[in-house]
Design a protein around this ligand. Structure first.
Ligand SMILES: [Zn+2]
Length: 332
């Protein structure tokens, strides 16, 4: 006689997921969900999984304490990080893409390895995100979906941190042993991606208003850089602008590399960009928005740039500087 195995519903799997804390248990739940979805296939099953997620995720959130900062973002601590990350990814998944979302989430969570360093403390993270010279940047980054910061007590395979555009989340994992000095810069870099996505609503698209700023400060032609590379440049230059003339400057290795006039010019651009974005929060809640340069505003900007301390032709100023930080995080 063949023994009938217990029929496990998506709801049971997701209830298990929402109460699990260990990485291995969460990965097992996601694996079970994939097996279940592929066995039965079809939209009815995906719908059942989504319904179950909605109910269980609501319960999960109501039973949890979050560290909500007055700066406008929410921090999720290591003990809850993997399950909230999984449940939230499923909660926000397109019903027709459930399988893809579960697979991606499983891939992401199983990629974390045992940490050899400790993640930045909550106070350190707050000192970075709340200590920039750009007072509106967190509000802009939260304009379309609340900004989340997951502290994870595990390491990513290569990077110090990531930004997950689908759930508007910065992943602050345990830094790589040899890249600890980049940990604070990496957080700002990911915040830069959050601003980029808040403005463009597309992970690898950069606001067009950045193009002439990039050309004027790097001496490079915009056409010679791919959009994917530009998104990394945008995030790195945001980190410089956010650190300029603050306590973060000493903690950001890029500020030791780039001449002062470039840091000054970038901080002006990002200050204007986030300041104008703040006036367009209603638009940003729904769709993309960008700063429009007029002849007068661009001329005012270039005048400011050439008046920055130590201004020099960027083709000469940057000849000996090496870009070091591209790839300090991953953008998903
Ligand atoms: Zn990046």
């Amino acid at each position: 006689m063949i023994e009938q195995s217990h029929y496990v519903t998506p709801r049971e799997i997701i209830n298990r997921l929402c109460s699990a804390t260990l990485q291995a248990d969460i990965c097992a739940c996601l694996g079970d969900l994939i097996t279940h979805l592929s066995r039965r296939g079809g939209r009815a099953f995906a719908r059942a999984a989504i319904r179950a997620t909605l109910e269980s995720f609501g319960g999960l959130l109501s039973g949890m304490e979050f560290d909500r900062y007055c700066g406008g973002y929410t921090m999720i601590q290591p003990r809850n990080a993997f399950r909230v990350l999984s449940a939230l990814s499923l909660y926000l998944a397109d019903p027709l893409e459930v399988m893809g979302t579960v697979r991606q989430t499983l891939e992401l969570i199983s990629s974390f390895q045992k940490a050899t360093t400790t993640p930045l403390a909550p106070e350190e993270i707050h000192a970075v995100l709340g200590g920039t010279r750009l007072p509106h940047c967190i509000r802009v980054a939260s304009s379309w979906r609340p900004l989340l910061v997951f502290r994870i007590d595990a390491a990513e395979p290569i990077y110090n941190s990531s930004y997950l555009s689908g759930i508007n989340a910065i992943i602050a994992s345990a830094p790589q042993k040899d890249r600890r000095q980049w940990a604070k810069q990496a957080l700002l870099h990911e915040l830069g991606h959050a601003i980029q996505v808040a403005l463009t609503k597309t992970p690898f698209e950069v606001p067009r208003s950045f193009f002439p700023v990039y050309e004027a400060t790097s001496g490079r032609d915009i056409g010679s850089t791919s959009m994917k590379d530009l998104s990394e440049v945008f995030a790195d230059t945001f980190s410089i602008a956010a650190s300029y003339e603050t306590e973060l400057q000493a903690a950001n290795p890029l500020c030791q590399v780039f001449p002062r006039w470039i840091q000054c010019g970038l901080s002006r651009y990002f200050d204007v960009l986030t300041g104008e974005a703040l006036k367009n929060m209603e638009t940003l809640a729904q769709r993309a928005w960008d700063l429009s340069w007029t002849q007068a505003s661009w001329s005012e900007y270039t005048k400011f740039l050439t008046g920055c301390p130590g201004y020099a032709d960027p083709r000469i100023a940057l000849r000996d500087s090496t870009r070091q930080s591209v790839g300090s995080g991953r953008l998903l």
